[in-house]
Design a protein around this ligand. Structure first.
Ligand code: G3P
Ligand code: CA
Length: 220
């Protein structure tokens, strides 16, 4: 079962910061997950629509300039990182799951990857709850639709030519795992932090879990 560090290792360091991704690397994660917005022709890594919860600023992410976002403290006096900063830190060490979180991010993200990381497509996995936006991602990148509620997973996967399904943990059951595995699809569950639940997911044969506490999954 693969260990996917959720927003890095957000149980230990401020989420979606370079310290958080470094912690996930140090713990031995197989992959890290991050959330991306496109602002002023820059790609920045932050989860919420507003900056209030995770920084010392306030207001909508999209109402800020890139420079203003970079002046904020995202925790322990770190800047909100750019996608490039996170990829430079992570690629070659672990895989990276880029969640298209902000509006109209598929085009800018894929152009950025094409220009800067042209040989890294196997180390990248692009996901989104917005399946229409995910469909706009260049098909040379692996895609994994996110699901917060039950759906016709196979129909969505086929439309996107996806390689993985990223489901809320409550959606995982043996029937759906068998169905998706029979189509050679990976199934990843978010967000799994409880040690007992981690053990239960391991037993189900799920392919990976997103977790805030990678060390709980990466038990020796
Ligand atoms: O990609 C898994 C998980 O990050 C999706 O939910 O709200 O944490 O972005 P959220
Ligand atoms: Ca996410």
């Amino acid at each position: 079962m693969r260990c996917i560090g959720h927003r890095g290792a957000m149980g230990y360091e401020p989420e979606n910061t370079l310290d958080s991704f470094q912690a996930a690397i140090d713990m031995g994660c197989d992959m890290v997950e991050l959330d991306v917005y496109a602002v002023d022709n820059h790609l920045i890594v932050i989860h919420d629509e507003r900056v209030d919860r995770t920084t010392d600023g306030c207001g909508a992410v999209m109402s800020h300039s890139f420079d203003a976002l970079r002046r904020l403290d995202a925790g322990k006096q770190q800047q909100i990182p750019t996608l490039g900063e996170v990829l430079d830190l992570c690629l070659g060490r672990l895989q990276v799951n880029i969640e298209l979180k902000g509006p109209n991010t598929a085009g800018p993200v894929c152009r950025f990857l094409d220009q800067n990381y042209p040989y890294r497509s196997n180390d990248l996995l692009i996901s989104s709850f917005d399946h229409a936006e995910l469909a706009r991602a260049n098909p040379r990148y692996h895609r994994g639709p996110l699901f917060g509620k039950a759906a016709n997973y196979l129909q969505v996967v086929q439309r996107l030519d996806a390689v993985a399904v990223h489901c809320h943990r409550n959606l995982i059951n043996k029937t759906m795992l068998d169905t998706l595995h029979a189509k050679s699809l990976k199934v990843f569950a978010y967000t799994v932090n409880d040690p007992q639940q981690i053990a239960e997911f391991r037993a189900t044969g799920v392919d990976g879990v997103f977790t805030n506490y990678p060390d709980r999954v990466l038990v020796p």
